[in-house]
Design a protein around this ligand. Structure first.
Ligand code: FAD
Length: 370
């Protein structure tokens, strides 16, 4: 089978399916390791599944995080214990860890960009930018938030404007607590801070174009808008950037997507992206890979289970598992970006930390049952 995109969803599905003795080809456009725009805080709900897959989790210094801090633009803040907790690990290390594991299980990799996926007579043809083509009976689309492929597949969400921008960089800051993930609000966006396995603090923020456009570039935006939040001001004044330039991604879309398009099972962000403030996109991508892999294994080993049923089951299970979380994420994002409402919400959370814990539980899953 072919997996288009070797991020967390694609690599996890590759490991899972190769362990079930299926031959897997991953077509990924970038060689490993590489940095990605991401908050790099992953919920511990994935731990039981990684144990089952034999992925050495917690190794290589990944940081255990058990506390969440939230602040409003003017510095009102509260903290709470995270019900499940999470791990701080850079995408540079994380994706590479899964890539090495996939290689161990015999997964084949091609490093090219996929430009077309066709489906005819029950066979997929996957075509790359160097005009190589591969065929398979199953294709997983795990190529992330947005790609030229979405246009090629005529997906509905791509026609809507996406007004979000993501920026990420690593910083040296010895005084940032290891067990903390902090979410700080500013005008038109919010940023997350947490430590990674190298000891560096990852600072990743999401900003609306509307608020970014006024400042025109990242240094001005950081100084005049991001650093308005006293916590971010304090962090940026006392930290040394490690990257030469921050990494950026544009046109981040939170529109609803379909989990199956043109018979391709979409996985991870390709099927739907939760608002980053929930800190759950990576766990969802990994969980979706498990759902897809189990159903694909059933399809490939049971002649009575047909493609139509596979697609219906995948779409239904995806919706049952994630739709509520995505909805909750949308509500929380509009609350956080509204000054008046976020001040009120934080005030309420300071008075009753259980409110915040409830919101966290509603945007996260339970430990993945294996
Ligand atoms: C600003 C921001 C902060 C975030 N912070 C967090 C956080 O703290 N915690 C959390 O859990 N989630 C967070 N997320 C969400 C998280 O990053 C994603 O949900 C997660 O990366 C999804 O994994 P994926 O495998 O679906 O996609 P990706 O990891 O994006 O992988 C897709 C892969 O496909 C490849 N690709 C793309 N197009 C093609 C093509 N045409 N051909 C071949 N290969 C292709 C790419 O190179 C990439 O490797 C954040 C997201 C944003 C935008």
């Amino acid at each position: 089978m072919i997996i288009v995109g070797g991020g967390l969803a694609g690599l996890t599905a590759a490991i899972h399916l190769s362990q079930e003795n299926h031959s897997v080809l991953v077509v990924e456009k970038k060689i490993y390791p590489h940095h990605k725009v991401c908050g790099e805080y992953i919920s511990n709900e994935i731990v039981p599944y990684f144990k089952k897959l034999g992925i050495p989790w917690g190794a290589k210094g990944a940081v255990q995080i058990d506390t969440l801090q939230i602040s409003t633009r003017n510095g009102k803040s509260t903290q709470t214990k995270l019900p499940l907790g999470g791990t701080g690990i850079s995408r540079f290390a994380f994706d590479n860890l899964l890539y090495q594991k996939a290689i161990e299980y015999g997964v084949v990799f091609k490093f090219n960009t996929v430009v077309k996926i066709e489906h005819q007579n029950n066979v997929f043809e996957v075509i790359t930018d160097i005009n190589e083509s591969y065929t398979s009976n199953i294709t997983i689309g795990a190529y992330g938030k947005r790609s030229a492929l979405d246009k090629e597949l005529n997906r509905d969400f791509i026609r809507h404007k996406s007004e979000w921008l993501g920026v990420k960089s690593h910083y040296e800051n010895d005084s940032f607590p290891e067990n903390l993930v902090a979410l700080h609000n500013f005008n038109g966006g919010y940023g997350g801070l947490s430590k990674t396995e190298t000891g560096a603090v990852n600072f990743c923020y999401l900003a609306s174009y509307k608020s970014f456009q006024k400042e025109k570039n990242i240094p001005n935006f950081t100084e005049n808008v991001v650093a308005e939040n006293p916590f971010l001001n304090e962090f940026l004044s006392n930290s040394k950037p490690i990257f030469k330039e921050p990494l950026t991604i544009a046109q981040i879309s939170f529109q609803q997507k379909k989990a199956v398009e043109n018979h391709i099972l979409m996985c991870g962000d390709t099927a739907g992206l939760i608002h980053p403030l929930c800190g759950n996109g990576m766990a969802m991508a990994i969980h979706a890979a498990k759902i897809a892999s189990e159903l694909i294994h059933r399809y490939l080993s049971n002649a009575a289970y047909n493609r139509r049923q596979l697609e219906i089951d995948y779409e239904n299970t995806w919706n049952d598992t994630f739709k509520q979380r995505l909805w909750m994420g949308r509500q929380m994002q509009s609350l956080l970006l509204n000054d008046k409402m976020s001040n009120l919400a934080i005030k309420a959370a300071i008075g009753s930390p259980s409110i915040l814990r409830k919101l966290i539980t509603n945007t996260h899953g339970k430990p993945i049952v294996c």
